[in-house]
Design a protein around this ligand. Sequence first.
Ligand code: SIN
Length: 357
Amino acid sequence: MRTLHFFKQAFLVVFIVGFTHFSFAQGKDLPNVVILATGGTIAGTAEGADQAGYTAGQLGVTTMIESVPGIQELANLKGEQISNVGSQDMSIDIWLTLADRINTLLASNEVDGIVITHGTDTQEETAYFLNLVVKSDKPVVTTGAMRPATAISAEGPLNLYNAVAVAASPKSIGKGVMVVMNDQIHSAHDATKISTTAVQSFMSPVEGQIGGVIYGNIEYYRSPYSIHTTKSEFSVEGVMELPRVDIMYAYADMPADFIAYSIKAGAKGIVIAGVGNGNMNAATLEAVKKATGQGIVVVRSTRLPSGDVLRNAEVNDDEYGTVVSDELNPAKARVLLMLTLLKERNIEEIQEIFFNY
Ligand code: SIN
């Protein structure tokens, strides 16, 4: 696994170096922004303009940039193709490559901001991962689209335009990683996808969006509340893989044996997408207690779209040895737990991390 990751990283680095030989497009007195393309519907195409079916991750980064009128007036742009996948195929390998590339680019005086084009399905996970491991105050923005590039009223070009405007703006410094979709600016900590097909596909259900961007005009309402980027204690420098953390979706009459299976398969942590306030049935709670007794870290999150999971309220976390996710949904709780488990820590420390990040 490690060796495979090393070769994949080496391949991607060689691939990327090929793109770093050309300099920023126009060299005007504008901020320099690098667009890292990973695929998704924003780069997707269909046979016709009126079809629901399409293939994600078809267009290259240069074609995407060229399709946006006026974008060259916002920033000097450079594009790099990191991957070209539907984001259901986003992987930890690609995350580690992205983090490494972003940290290298932002350490250079030549780069003022980064935009990542991404499928919307797992965009929130990538954005949150980067929010924890990017070591710079410079703006990092993810964006995508719900309609493929060939569709009637494709919204990708305007999303990319707005994302570049946000990444190029000094107002965005220190805001952590942001998700820019449909004229809204969300903190990576808060954003979540809420619709399978609608253009209004992202929201920040607990804390609300942090700003808006209309044809490149930006207004921030607030700064993110949780710890991110330069203040984050997490780093993936030299990291080749992350510990396995599984997510279990709770429901009526859920069987408890998934927990034992997951541990046998190598999980070091488990996130329960609990019912209500992070709840699960009695049989699953007993299996969880056994798991935490064996040193597996179990985080209680919720399958609901909004609200905090409260510690020692409906479930006695002290007794079961569990951690609550606070505001994080299951997918983001998994990201945080994987990074947390890179180092040995006790349950109290892990709980503090979930309250602060
Ligand atoms: C994907 O996540 O790659 C497909 C869906 C989308 O980008 O909207």
